[in-house]
Write a protein that binds this ligand. Structure first.
Ligand code: ZN
Length: 317
């Protein structure tokens, strides 16, 4: 109960809260505080709701002050706790992409597809029960729409490529994007003197390489100064990282094509991806031992490989 919850405070009233999923600092939920209102961006899973409320309380915020819960897309490490969190926040509106809304109002399809990706045992352990969100508490944001949170205006951009139900959120005040999974993954334990280490995420089933690169380019056109990643926290040095994103997507497309006809395609893609990530991390100056480094990448290598294979078999037709 007295567990210490990691919360990284940034300028502009933005705090990244460790959602408590899988391992420390794997997935974040954000608090965005303005004078008179608070938004939560990303919900983590059902158990994350308690953590979000605790960190909000430690900052002197009541549940009644939280006006919006925003999810970048409906993958469950981002939106799995939406129903639970909304039950705890009497004043909040849930804000979601037009393609995601119906899945939060009735999460049964979402649950079935996540069980297919993760398997029942892992699903139950990670997500438990998905609670529905009442339809009249859901608000859709189309591309270009904006939203007032207290004195602050957030702008929404349709951002396909990782998922078709994905938007990213522009915060003019800090000149930053809340990127969900559209600007890849960057774990803080891989930071070195060379800065952040970043690679794409291609979780099944809607990986679309040209769309993903286009979404990155459209975010960069705004000349952002920072990106708030769900996995994990704020990154800067964005020209370099956008280059890493584009190169990473190209590398995955190449991997897929190289092993397309192989009978043990999954194993080959996974092994090659792991070797490439390990090598890149070493080149970046990461000094974690091999075992720890493999552990850090293992879950993403499995998911990314699934996503790439799905694209190869289905999406590319
Ligand atoms: Zn995702």
């Amino acid at each position: 109960m007295n567990e210490c919850i990691t919360a990284l405070e940034y300028e502009g009233g933005i705090t990244a809260i460790d959602s408590g999923m899988v391992r420390p600092q794997m997935a974040a939920c954000y608090l965005l505080e303005t004078g008179s209102a608070v938004a939560v961006i990303e919900t983590g899973n059902a158990a994350s709701a308690e953590r979000i409320l605790k960190v909000a309380a430690s900052r002197g915020r009541d549940p009644e002050e939280i006006s919006h819960v925003i999810v970048t897309h409906v993958h469950l490490d981002h939106a799995g706790g939406a129903g639970t969190l909304m039950q705890r926040l009497p004043q909040a509106t849930l804000v979601v992409h037009p393609r995601g809304a119906r899945h939060l109002i009735d999460p049964s399809k979402l649950e079935a597809s996540a069980r297919a990706v993760y398997g029942d045992e892992k699903f139950d352990e990670m997500y438990g029960t998905l609670l529905p969100v009442p339809e009249d508490r859901v608000r859709i944001m189309e591309d270009g729409d904006s939203l007032r949170v207290g004195g602050r205006t957030l702008e929404f951009m349709d951002a396909p490529g990782h998922a078709r139900h994905h938007f990213t959120i522009w915060d003019e005040e800090t000149r930053g994007w809340f990127t969900g999974d559209t600007f890849g993954l960057s774990y803080r334990e891989l930071d070195t003197g060379n800065g952040a280490f970043l690679f794409p995420t291609t979780t099944p089933i809607q990986f679309d390489p040209p769309a993903l690169i286009d979404s990155v380019d459209r975010m960069m056109e705004r000349d952002p100064e920072r990106m708030y990643l769900t996995h994990f926290g704020r990154v800067q040095d964005l020209d370099r990282l956008a280059g890493d994103m584009r190169a990473g997507v190209d590398e995955y497309v190449e991997l897929a094509k190289r092993f397309e006809g192989a009978h043990d395609r999954t194993r080959l893609i996974e092994e090659t991806m792991m070797a490439q990530l390990m090598q890149r991390a070493r080149d970046h100056g990461v000094t974690l031992d091999d075992e720890k480094l493999r552990e850090t990448f293992a879950g993403d290598v499995v998911l990314n490989t699934q996503g790439i294979e799905f694209w190869l078999v289905q999406g590319r037709r």
